[in-house]
Unconditional design. Structure first.
Length: 258
């Protein structure tokens, strides 16, 4: 049986819809959104995307060099962050933290770092260390740390308490409880999280290159500024193929592990 809306509910729906519509119109006016300009720009957009249909194959070697650098940035950043995160996650879990104070501090630091966008981190490190791979690696370490620590600490929170109580009952220390009752339960998921983060970091490191943090993104933005769209097209094509291969390989490993 269909539910009949009361007059009061109808009035609320109309009022909320009207308010949202007014906010939408005001927002559009303030940001100078012009649908007519969008429609007029469609032919230029078609012409722009048509220029991408002729990739410059001769530009493959420089792209490959920067692609390898991108993968290296992602690999180093992910590896260092993974080592730190695995250790740190035990302090950020209420199951294994030595005290509530340490747990609170660890969670606070983790949450603060997670609020900072990766592109902001990269821009800050570029300003400090200059253009190159180092700012990209540092940005990925902080970015990855936020992702992996959250996932890993929550995984620890969800472990089966049975093995923990069994190990504790024989007089095991906190370290022994973690080693023999917690770690065996979380290792497969930890590896999965690290692989997932590496996948994400390959994409992120491409974007970080746009602000000078090394990798293939650096030559991408350079060619966009020079309007060399045949080279831009080739960069995008190679990047697309590389990301698909990496995702497929990572997915294969995760399935084997889990």
């Amino acid at each position: 049986m269909a539910r009949v809306l009361t007059t009061k509910t109808k009035v609320k729906i109309i009022a909320i819809s009207s308010l949202l519509t007014i906010l939408l119109i005001i927002s559009g006016i303030l940001i100078e959104f012009n649908p007519i300009a969008f429609i007029k720009g469609i032919p230029r957009g078609i012409e722009f995307f048509a220029s991408f249909l002729k990739p410059d194959i001769t530009y493959f070697k420089p792209i490959l060099t920067k692609l390898i650098e991108t993968l290296q940035i992602a690999l180093v950043g992910t590896t260092i962050a993974a080592i730190i995160s695995v250790i740190y996650s035990f302090f950020a879990s209420h199951v294994t933290a030595p005290s509530r104070a340490i747990y609170f501090i660890a969670r606070t630091i983790m949450n603060v770092l997670r609020t900072i966008p990766d592109i902001v981190l990269a821009a800050v490190f570029v300003a400090i260390f200059g253009i190159g791979a180092l700012p990209g690696v540092l940005a990925l370490i902080f970015f990855s740390f936020g992702i992996m620590t959250k996932l890993m600490s929550e995984d620890i929170d969800a472990v089966d308490r049975g093995p923990l109580e069994a190990v504790k009952s024989v007089g095991a220390t906190r370290t022994q409880v973690i080693a023999f009752a917690v770690i065996p339960q979380v290792v497969p998921n930890f590896i999965s999280y690290i692989l997932y983060t590496f996948e994400v970091n390959v994409r992120v490191s491409i974007v970080l290159g746009l602000v000078g943090a090394g990798g293939i993104g650096q030559i991408l933005i350079e060619n966009i500024r020079l309007f060399q769209y045949d080279k831009v097209s080739m960069i995008i094509l190679v990047t697309f193929i590389a990301v698909i291969i990496i995702d497929g390989f990572s997915e294969y490993i995760r399935k084997k592990i889990l």
